[in-house]
Design a protein around this ligand. Structure first.
Ligand SMILES: [Zn+2]
Length: 261
């Protein structure tokens, strides 16, 4: 069983790699990275003089790799959610960033799957082009672009078939580190240790991790916490949003306030 020190180190790795995981880049550059294994398609793309000014959310591949080594496939699923979800909450996401608040001030968040999944075809659509008969052609206004219909995966995201299909709405409670999905429940390891906040190691770790958002969430939680922490794609997606809120703010993610009436 790994020592508690190793588990604490995981929080440092998580914090430093969730921070800055999302960036902004031009849509053209994002497409080029996805086409790098398809030389002929990449050559065709560079021939069309695509708009080099339009930007979108991009992923830092090095940070993505580290997170995947730490947590596995759930990171890809979480990224899919983070790039395509609707949030309903009283939580002010912009002010919550890096400021976990204990004492019941951190309401739960309702997460729903959004309508626009990131794919290569959706990136082409942003540049008003589509891939048809071996070349890029202008996308027809109002139509589906007339592409070959192969809505290819971007390579950084899992296909929908990899995701849960039976439910599209989950409640995440950051303060109590909880989600009501099956993935979260099944990630609770009976061999997990209870986080003892009174040990010298933990107190010392906390002293040097006041700015570690994910650690402070757990440390300030009034609930008992386990190490390793149970995780699911929804909880992780919400963390990705909070850590990278400034990048996502310009995207069309709907953040609706929960109705209190
Ligand atoms: Zn979940």
């Amino acid at each position: 069983m790994p020592s508690q020190d190793e588990e604490l180190t995981r929080f440092e790795i998580l914090d430093s790699n969730l921070r800055g995981l999302l960036q902004r880049d031009t849509v053209a550059n994002i497409i080029r990275r996805h086409l790098k294994k398809d030389e002929s398609k990449l050559r065709e793309f560079d021939l069309i003089r695509a708009d080099e000014n339009m930007t979108s959310v991009s992923v830092d591949s090095n940070k993505m790799l580290v997170l995947t080594m730490l947590l596995g496939q759930v990171v890809y699923e979480a990224l899919t959610w983070a790039l395509n979800m609707e949030l309903e909450t009283d939580l002010q996401l912009s002010t919550c960033q890096f400021e976990p608040r204990g004492g019941g001030q951190c309401p739960e968040v309702l997460i729903r799957r959004g309508a626009q999944r990131r794919s290569l075809e959706s990136l082409f659509a942003q540049l008003s082009i589509t891939w048809k008969d071996g070349i890029f052609v202008p996308r027809e206004a109002g139509g589906d672009g007339g592409g070959d219909g192969n809505d290819e995966d971007t390579g950084e995201l899992p296909r929908d078939s990899d995701l849960e299909q039976d439910c599209d709405e989950f409640r995440v409670d950051l303060e109590n580190w909880y989600c009501d999905c099956i993935q979260y429940q099944s990630s609770i390891d009976l061999k997990s240790l209870l986080l003892d906040k009174s040990t010298a190691d933990v107190l010392q770790f906390n002293e040097s991790n006041h700015d570690n958002f994910i650690w402070q969430l757990l440390y300030q939680s009034r609930c008992n916490q386990l190490v390793p922490s149970p995780i699911c794609c929804h909880l992780l997606a919400l963390l990705i949003v909070l850590y990278n809120y400034d990048i996502l703010d310009e995207e069309s993610i709907l953040v609706a306030n929960k109705r209190t009436t």
